[in-house]
Design a protein. Structure first.
Length: 186
């Protein structure tokens, strides 16, 4: 459920933005801040919170924009902006060879695996799937916004954009572990 909790601000925003984008952005910021504070006080290292930190920055900026310019035409493109931001963060972590999922994965993995090339490879693949989903969803969101698609359709597509990679994130490591066990006869 850590995956869902990490994206909860975006899901809340996706639902509330169609009604009142200012309050949706502020609610997402508050949820992001509370989650980040709880995790930091419970000892979660910063490298496991890359997306959480980026989320707080994004919603702080979006809240400031939404309240200072409530009639901004960017309101119509918040889905594009949200998924574009997430894509930028995900691709950036891949570019610097520190996939954002790596710190999260280390929380549940034995220390002796952390430097294993296979462990890094699994996280590169998982982060790449997230990055691709974010990028595709940003593009679809742009098309939907340009064509004034219903907020229900937009919200459903954005929710699916989180569910697909979340399911992959849970299943892919298990598939790799099963392959390794079969290869070694364990």
């Amino acid at each position: 459920m850590n995956v869902v909790r990490g994206y909860l601000p975006y899901l809340v925003f996706a639902v509330l933005a169609s009604v009142a984008w200012q309050w949706g952005a502020l609610a997402a910021l508050v949820i992001g801040l509370v989650s980040l504070a709880r995790q930091r006080t419970s000892g979660v290292p910063a490298n496991a919170l890359v997306l959480d930190i980026a989320t707080v920055v994004y919603f702080a900026l979006l809240s400031a924009l939404a309240f200072t310019a409530p009639h901004s035409p960017l309101h119509h493109y918040t889905g594009v902006l949200s998924f574009g931001w997430l894509a930028l963060i995900a691709w950036s972590t891949l570019a610097v060879r520190r996939p954002f999922t790596l710190g999260i994965a280390k929380l549940g993995a034995p220390r002796e695996l952390w430097d294993n090339p296979g462990f890094l490879r699994v996280n590169v693949v998982i982060t790449t799937v997230w990055a691709i989903c974010f990028t595709i969803t940003a593009a679809i969101s742009a098309i939907l916004a340009i064509n004034n698609a219903s907020s229900l359709v937009t919200t459903l597509i954005q929710v699916v954009a989180f569910v697909v990679p979340a399911v992959f994130t849970v299943r892919y490591p298990k598939i790799i572990q099963a392959r390794q066990a079969a290869a070694t006869g364990i």
